[in-house]
Design a protein around this ligand. Structure first.
Ligand SMILES: [Zn+2]
Length: 232
């Protein structure tokens, strides 16, 4: 069979196109199966930041990257404030769910646990824990892919005094009379709450958010609500 120069050129182009398509299909296929490989079922929630999952028939422990929830089951520390709430939140949200694991630089920690970002319905659960105030940032390089996102989420939770940011240690009891003589009240321009100056809750107000009032009524008139803890 005689193939002209022009026809041969066309044939070559056709072969390239077909080869290109095949490679693309193969790549898509790999990407899909990769995704499937990282989709796991949560068998059990151990702690606010630790899960047990079924990864292709193998039971694996997963530690969420970049976050730290207060301890509930630590052998020496025991139970920390807000640990139970964090653990319950993760249990409620993730137990039995299908989630996608995303890995960073290191796949496992020194205890052999998988280190992952856990995606549930397009939301990253690590970030949710921070923005709801159930966890604090814990950065261990080189696994730092979402550090900036995490910082923003934590900052927001902290300013809104969500979750663990809203709890304080028991204050020493102060006589009510002594308090009423207090000459001023501290407002938080961000939360729109006001406090007695000795409230530990109020003392965490960043300096650029601090507003001082000479009279209680002044704070109320300015639209500030009394703190639920120190009850000014
Ligand atoms: Zn207060």
């Amino acid at each position: 069979m005689y193939i002209s120069h022009i026809q041969r050129g066309n044939l070559q182009r056709a072969i390239y196109v077909v080869a290109g398509l095949l490679i693309a299909l193969l790549a898509i296929g790999c990407a899909i199966s990769q995704d499937d490989a990282n989709t796991v079922r949560v068998i059990r929630v151990v702690d606010g930041d630790t899960l047990e999952v079924n990864l292709q028939g193998t039971k694996e422990k997963v530690r969420l990257i970049g976050v730290d929830t207060p301890e509930t089951v630590h052998p020496t520390i025991g139970e920390e404030p807000y640990g139970r709430e964090a653990s319950n939140f993760t249990k409620e949200k993730l137990t039995g769910q299908k989630v996608v694991l995303e890995f960073d630089v290191e796949e496992r920690d020194r205890y052999g646990r998988l280190l992952a970002y856990v995606w549930l319905d397009g939301e990253m659960f690590n970030e949710v824990l921070l923005s709801e105030g159930y966890a604090q940032i814990a950065t261990y390089p080189p696994n730092v892919r979402y550090v900036e996102r995490f910082q923003a989420a934590q900052q927001e939770a902290r300013e809104a005094e969500r979750g663990l940011w809203g709890i304080i240690e028991e204050e020493p009891v102060t006589a009510q009379g002594e308090r009423l003589e207090s000459s001023n009240w501290l407002g938080n321009a961000n939360t729109k709450k006001f406090h007695y100056p000795d409230c530990q809750h109020g003392q965490r107000t960043k300096s650029h958010n601090q507003v001082w009032f000479d009279f209680r009524q002044e704070a109320l008139d300015a639209g500030y609500e009394p703190c639920g803890v120190c009850k000014p």
